[in-house]
Design a protein around this ligand. Sequence first.
Ligand code: NPQ
Ligand code: MG
Length: 363
Amino acid sequence: MPLVRPFRTSFGVETTRDILLVRVEMQGGSGDGEGWGECVAMAEPRYSPEYVDGAQHVIEHFFAPPLLAAPDVPAASVAELLAVFEGHPMAKAAVEMAVLDAELRAAGVSFAEHLGATVERVPAGVSIGITDDVETLLAQVAGYLDDGYLRIKLKIEPGTDIDRVRAVRERFGPDVALQVDANAAYRVEDAEHLAALDELGLLLIEQPLPPDDIAGHVALSAQLATPICLDESITSAGIATDAIARKACSIVNIKAGRVGGYLEARRVHDACAAASVPVWCGGMLETGLGRAANLALAALPNFSLPGDTSASARYWETDLTEPFVLGPDGHIAVPTGPGLGVEPLPDVLDAVTTSSRWITRPG
Ligand code: NPQ
Ligand code: MG
């Protein structure tokens, strides 16, 4: 699916999104009906080790056989059934999401209700890619603030950081909720350089160092006044608890794909709540399907900062579902229908589908 504008980060530039959807049909078990899952893996393994074709392969060759052989597959059992396979959290999350959607549609329960949502609408933030020049960046920030977004996140990398953030702060004033995301582009030796961000009044700096460098984030946290938020590092509720106990971060970004599914994402939320660490919902340029699930997750009580849960129009001219729109107050309504509460529009799905494969139960 073509993006409305190129999205550049410290690990590359994307102009289109190659998306793997999972559709399950369940009969005679806990979820009698159909469900949809969206895999957030990217086309190439640059941001994480997973990639779209790899996710499709591991689902078809390793995940589907035991799932199809099981007498019943409650959504709550998917992660355990697939735990014998190492890694591949995004592929696992897509499968679990589809099974959960089928189960909840059959039960007439929404994702939000099932996950434990406490609000009906969530504040929307927006993530802005690295631009060619500062004028382009300022124009994009102005446009999103005009749309009503309540929080701006700027992607940064060495060489395109302090001056850019300062320019945004000076142009739009001290009241704009502003944060940055480095996608692991720095090293702990850059601490002094990054400390220049401290005077810019940021909500947080997201994932400055590589995912495995928990010790580096501990050291950096001690040197910066700006709160450190982890994204790529947080791969489970247990890791979140550990990173928090070590003081590697004081805020956590939650993405279901990164932690193996929405059920583990809820456990990350609970672990952070228990440690009094605020969380917010990340984004992976999802279609309306993943967006619906993210909005449900973001409606849990410890999601106390606006997420990268933008409106459909931030990424798509034509979304796969009915588009999610930003309300005049900068909030987006959480879907209330059974399951995800949305489904792919058949004509749009047809138009963007490049291949599909149907895997059936043997015998
Ligand atoms: C992040 N997302 O928080 C990610 C990273 C990211 C909204 O900033 C194609 C698909 C391009 C997924 C670029 C946001 C992407 C992508 C960046 C995810 O780190
Ligand atoms: Mg991030």
